[in-house]
Design a protein around this ligand. Sequence first.
Ligand SMILES: Nc1ncnc2c1ncn2[C@@H]1O[C@H](COP(=O)(O)OP(=O)(O)OP(=O)(O)O)[C@@H](O)[C@H]1O
Ligand SMILES: [Mg+2]
Length: 250
Amino acid sequence: MTGGARKGGKVQGKGKKETPEERQRLKVQEEEQEEKKARKGYTILKDINIKVEKGEFVGIIGKVGSGKTSLVNALLNEMHLEKGTVHLNPTSKVALITQSVWLQNTTLRNNILFGNAYEETRYLNILKICELNPDLDQLEGGDMTEIGERGINLSGGQKQRIAIARAVYSDADIYIIDDCLSALDNFVSNKVFNNVLKTHLAGKTRIFVTHALQYIPGLDRIYVMKEGGIAQNGTFQSLQQQGGEFDNLM
Ligand SMILES: Nc1ncnc2c1ncn2[C@@H]1O[C@H](COP(=O)(O)OP(=O)(O)OP(=O)(O)O)[C@@H](O)[C@H]1O
Ligand SMILES: [Mg+2]
């Protein structure tokens, strides 16, 4: 699978008057940059080959800008593919937890139910395992508190946990999770990883993009991304033996 995207924008210099030499130099520089871009085909992802079995818990790691979110977008068919294909089991229900959370202007509860019917026992358990009860205790209106522009503002960590609760409540088959623990402190993050991602979602297919490398030893397989490609993959133990980009990250 090879994915391309957006065209590069040009920023025009303003204000300072340029000499003809300076203009010529800038023109050459710009042409060189255009050529470089064209040569590279401006492709973000390249030669991606990933296979995730049903029920597997797979990690995607890599430096900032290495292409992890782009890969998620490609999996969801939200990126134009120049070559290759993406196959998701067509009967599987997919839940996505994105890196930047978006919430609706409605109650906290509605943000979790997201159109699904309210099943009390299941809902209360999800609040508990997503560590939302301490937050709800602080809110006068509890889970009926309005959030978003019309209501209260939530912290980044609270938003992330609501997004996780929403995905869990949707009871999907495949979970694609982009860095959902980044705004949580270590204690809460550990609990959510263990109680939600590892235990509650056990048996579901999980693709987990993360910078939190303390969680990867327990995963079934880890893909290491570098410059838009997969540099390595394997279990934690085998990656430790391989060294390479994996060693650079650890
Ligand atoms: N829509 C887009 N069009 C063009 N370039 C993009 C687009 N989205 C991302 N990029 C570029 O592709 C590269 C990979 O970005 P991506 O967001 O996938 O990285 P990432 O591994 O998710 O980083 P992070 O760890 O910060 O989340 C970056 O150089 C980024 O600037
Ligand atoms: Mg990203």
